[in-house]
Design a protein around this ligand. Structure first.
Ligand SMILES: [Zn+2]
Ligand SMILES: [Zn+2]
Length: 149
């Protein structure tokens, strides 16, 4: 039975694989009885692929903070933040495309639709409609419209 000092555990998040010298690492071609210290430097965790630096012993004076090398982790983190930024700018775009309601007749101006009958192209913000534009239903001016909430 191996002593706790000889059992090394992978410190990678969601891994926790333990290298047991009594068992070796059959997948990595490590025979039984090989101490962790004697593993080749290019050996890596059979579960997550972390390097030897990801491991620390279960007990003993060398049980210090692991200096893990997993370049793939930071790459996926950058992807996530980029996706978040894109989502935020989408929401700002939508905010500018607010619907406006005629206080007189209840007609709703939808910027996505525009007002083709009065030469207002789809995608025109309410703010960008000419001031002489009037409600296609009741003829009220732009002043009679308020943002839909
Ligand atoms: Zn691992
Ligand atoms: Zn109206």
């Amino acid at each position: 039975m191996a002593a706790p000092e000889d059992m090394w555990q992978c410190q990678t998040v969601n891994c926790g694989y333990i290298y047991n010298p009594d068992k070796g690492d059959r997948k990595g071609g490590i025979p039984k009885g090989v101490k962790f210290e004697d593993l080749p430097d290019d050996w890596c965790c059979p579960i997550c692929g972390g390097t030897k630096k990801c491991f620390k012993p279960l007990a003993g004076p060398t049980s210090t903070k692991a200096d893990c090398e997993l370049p793939t982790v930071s790459e996926s983190g950058e992807l996530t933040s980029a996706a978040t930024t894109a989502k935020e700018s989408d929401q700002q775009e939508l905010k500018g495309m607010e619907k406006y309601v005629c206080d007189v007749c209840g007609y709703v101006y939808d910027p996505e639709v525009g007002d083709p009958d009065n030469d207002i192209a789809p995608g025109t913000k309410f703010e960008d409609i000419p001031d002489d534009w009037t409600c296609p239903i009741c003829g009220a001016t732009k002043d009679s419209f308020s943002p839909e909430s």
